[in-house]
Design a binder for this molecule. Structure first.
Ligand code: BEZ
Ligand code: FE
Length: 279
């Protein structure tokens, strides 16, 4: 008996079509995807109008994408998919610095800067000294680690979002540790900001009664030869959005101290050590 499509046999009807030479991993992924997708449609008894809306939503999501904008990643971020894939791909022993989302605002090849200098070029915001060490799990200092850092400005925008209003490379830089494993740079105390919400993802968040804000954070990519790359942020703990990050990026271990400094060169100081694991 040929297996025609039916409501009851829908999963088998689709999965049975797969060729014999399909790679085992693609077979596993697609078989599971069809099983869950059909299961979801049956679970919610999806209507034709709802499916047409979903197709239109995905179409609009694609149409707003450009060189400067990746709405599908924003969709993945806001549905918790980016953080889940990251968690599965970057399980680390306790004590090692955890990953979080990369986000869309990283720019490769930021200027290499001397330790201690400022990355803020627009003169806005409260100055903050970021400092700490890069270590391995045994506490050994790591020389030659690169910290690629970036944050929004005091108005809540990254330089790339305001190319006409902010100096190029504002609040960005790369620092390389010496034999003491230490890093030190002056930035601003970051502020919370909304992820781009003028597209389909913003509409989805509004429909779900969700705000688009991320709690204030400083981004870091820490690389060192022989160690796993850490893509992470440090967060300002008393931010009003710390427990409701629009992209689920907050982890306990990434909430850093932000201490007021009364007699220093900066208004704030945020100490944080990075612990790397071998690759
Ligand atoms: C960010 O932190 O830059 C970011 C992360 C995910 C989505 C939007 C922005
Ligand atoms: Fe960010």
């Amino acid at each position: 008996m040929p297996q025609y499509f039916s409501e009851d046999a829908s999963v088998d009807a689709v999965n049975a079509r797969m060729g014999e030479d399909v790679s085992p991993r693609l077979r596993q992924v697609m078989t599971s995807l069809i099983t869950h997708l059909h299961g979801f449609i049956k679970d919610v008894q999806l209507t034709q109008e709802e499916w047409a809306f979903a197709v239109d939503f995905l179409t609009r999501t694609g149409q707003i994408c450009s060189e400067q904008r990746q709405e599908f990643i924003l969709l993945s971020d806001t549905l918790g998919v980016s953080m889940l894939v990251d968690a599965i791909g970057n399980r680390r022993p306790s004590g090692a610095t955890e990953n979080t989302v990369l986000g869309p605002f990283h720019v490769a090849d930021a200027p290499r800067r001397e330790m201690g200098v400022s990355i803020s070029a627009d003169g806005k915001g409260e100055t903050c000294l970021f400092e700490g060490r890069v270590l391995d799990a045994a506490g050994n200092l790591i020389e030659g680690a690169c910290l690629d850092v970036w944050s929004d400005n005091a108005d809540g925008f990254y330089d790339v979002q305001q190319p006409d209003a902010q100096p190029r490379w504002n609040n960005r830089g790369r620092f390389t540790t010496g034999a003491d494993g230490a890093y030190r740079f002056i930035g601003i105390k970051p502020v919370s900001y909304p992820i781009p919400y003028d597209g389909p993802v913003g509409k989805m968040l509004a429909a779900l009664g969700r705000h688009p804000y991320r709690p204030a954070h400083m981004h870091f990519i820490v690389t060192a030869p022989g160690f796993q790359t850490v893509v992470t942020h440090t967060f300002v703990g008393d931010d009003p959005y710390i427990t409701s990050d629009a992209v689920f990026g907050v982890k306990d271990t990434l909430v850093a101290p932000f201490e007021r400094v009364n007699d220093g060169a900066t208004a704030w100081r945020s100490p944080f050590d990075f612990v790397l694991v071998p690759s």
